[in-house]
Design a protein around this ligand. Sequence first.
Ligand code: SF4
Ligand code: SF4
Length: 422
Amino acid sequence: MSDSLTRGIETLRAQMDNRVMSYLSSCVHCGICAEACLFYTETGDARYTPIYKTEPMRKLWRQEYTFWGKLAGSLGLHSKITEADLADWEELVYDGCTMCSRCSMVCPLGIDIAYIIRKVKEGLAAAGYSPPDLVEAGNRALEIGSPMGVTLTTLQATIRAQEKETGLAVPLDVNDADYLCLLSSGEIAGFPEFIGSLAKIFKAAGVSWTISSDYFEATNTGVQLGNSKLAATLIERIVAAAEKLQVKYVISPECGHAYTTLRWDAPNIIGRPLPFRVVHIMELLDELHRDGRLKIQGITDARLSYHDPCNASRRGGVLEQPRNLLKLVAPNFVELPETGAMNWCCGGGGGVSSNERADPLRLKVFSAKKRQLDAVLPTGLVTACSNCRHMLEDGLEDNEMQDIELLGITELIADHLAGEHG
Ligand code: SF4
Ligand code: SF4
């Protein structure tokens, strides 16, 4: 057995916690989860069914934790996990799964299938079976501090441009600010107006905030890759930046998995509680409005719909806040079918859009989103995740649907601020 295969199997074995074992022993093979997965529904390929993606873990569990598996092993009858298995499952779990958790929502036994797939990724990553693009993104995150290679110099130039645009200061390294705001590289590079929008909203609402020059990245490539060590290192950088500036809260920006990772998973990943509270930007904006600090004027006639980012909405529970905000400015707001916690993934989450070889597959499964859009024909689609926004741009273009305008919710709210910053 090669060293890499041994490493992969040992890592899978180490990931076999009580939750995984109880999940694997509970599955009744009903197949209900298959119909919830866009990679299966849009391709019809049985290899993309959620439960099949857990097979390496299931195989190990059968061999080492079940009576019949142990008996077969003692007789030399069971089929061992091989390099070929790992190579096959690399494509299935990295290219053919966005970790959207839609499958986990429908399992009648309450099995969190995405949780098991995350564990499978750990084993594959340890064995060296991860997409090269994602591995490189992880290296850039570690060495440069951003999976896209966005440096502090780039951020500073972006901040200067937004300050010029808005006439407002964007605070950097302010000690004792209430809120430390993280940014995703996708936002800095693709939607820099998000930073100017924050400056306008926070100025109008009197929010004390800052960005840290020590560490500003929200994206956690360690989670996407299935590398807990890298995930922990990136979380520790946020903790160090927040502790240095003595902030009370850390804002997760418009990025789905960044929120779920920091808000819900981080204490388990680093093994201790976080010394600050985590809020998604939608939660904060909604709270500011409820407190009367965020005043809105004007409406748009556009027929807007909302694309729920899987991790913020389904796994993170940020469902009501974006809708509360949208309804302030868009009276013609229309829900997509199968929305909210059961929304269909854009197809690019969980690191899929950072993995170039998966491009044809992610564009193919965009047909699920297209069906939702065709059902209500919005003139604009709003979301709260820069990664979703990039994928939606690609999907709309690929389907010649560019007449649907794509909008970020923070910018939409900033454009409707009452008073001098509106
Ligand atoms: S997490 Fe989403 S993409 Fe992955 S198997 Fe489940 S439904 Fe499919
Ligand atoms: S829905 Fe649940 S019980 Fe049914 S096959 Fe999927 S994981 Fe197993």
